[in-house]
Design a protein around this ligand. Structure first.
Ligand code: IPD
Ligand code: CA
Ligand code: CA
Ligand code: CA
Length: 265
């Protein structure tokens, strides 16, 4: 029987509680209030409701920790060394279109480093969780990144820039560089789940530009604890600052990074 830390229990408990309202809201999409924060950037009453629950649950368990919330922004806490980084629905566009690939993402930063992560896909009841030095798990099962080492057998996921998002031309160059060499490129629509899938060995790698800290904070810990590599496009670790990320198994990270770099010129 897997013994989990109190911290992960707090994070998973919060995710499960928020997921209840998400699943209800997903069943009644026509009743949701939806607005736009910017071009093609939806926010709905379901995002707000879930975020409220997550914030309340996490605050109850760790009153001093600060927050970075997708919808609520930055909230300072008394404890300056801990910060929750929360996305109440990663994959809002999917959610609002009735596409079941969405999740809750909760990351925890400790002393400026990503320390723990929970990504919960409520419809599949898939709870991905990881804490630094303790391994990465899907429900009770320990995860390990895929062992595939050949490009032509590999599947990569990515994010395609959309209306209002810059980088269309650069993305097309990256895609052109990668797609001819691999078994497949997928666009699932949730960065947090893309990272969880790399951790679970379902995909060999994932890359995206223009993403936010709440999209990736939890997933980065999942991939690293499963033995994978996560960097920015320069091979460094400024993913949260640059909004650029390349994640892959130990075999494919360097080749993928190289391809992307030469595509960008
Ligand atoms: C989005 C998803 C998507 C990614 C976008 C994100 P949201 O998050 O992670 O996969 O391509 O860049 O904004 O808005 O659904 O939380
Ligand atoms: Ca959003
Ligand atoms: Ca997101
Ligand atoms: Ca979101």
């Amino acid at each position: 029987m897997l013994v989990r830390s109190a911290l992960l229990n707090v994070m998973m408990g919060a995710a499960r509680k928020a997921a209840r309202s998400l699943v209800r809201d997903y069943g009644e999409l026509e009743h949701l209030q939806v607005s736009m924060k910017g071009p093609a950037d939806f926010v709905s009453s379901a995002d707000i409701r879930a975020e409220k629950t997550l914030r309340a649950e996490l605050k109850k368990a760790r009153p001093g920790y600060g927050f970075l919330l997708e919808e609520g922004g930055e909230i300072a806490g008394d404890d300056k060394s801990h910060r929750w980084i929360v996305d109440p629905i990663d994959g809002t566009t999917n959610f609002l279109h009735g596409i079941p690939n969405f999740c809750i993402s909760i990351g925890l930063e400790r002393d400026g480093e990503l320390y723990a992560g929970v990504v919960y896909q409520p419809l599949g009841d898939e709870m991905f969780h990881a804490e630094k030095g303790m391994g990465s798990f899907l429900n009770e099962r320990r995860l390990r990144v895929s062992a595939r080492r050949k490009m032509e057998e590999s599947v990569f996921t990515t994010g395609i820039p959309f209306h209002g998002r810059p980088g269309h031309e650069v993305f097309l160059k990256e895609l052109a560089a990668v797609m001819g060499h691999v078994a497949g490129v997928r666009r699932f629509g949730s960065a947090a789940l893309d990272l969880a899938y790399v951790a679970a060995g379902r995909c060999e790698g994932y890359w995206e530009a223009g993403i936010k800290p709440w999209d990736i904070a939890a997933g980065v810990v999942l991939v690293r604890e499963a033995g994978g590599y996560v960097t920015d496009f320069d091979g460094g670790s400024r993913m949260l600052e640059t909004g650029e990320l390349v994640a892959a198994n130990d075999q494919m990270h360097q080749p993928l990074l190289k391809m992307l770099k030469s595509a960008r010129g």
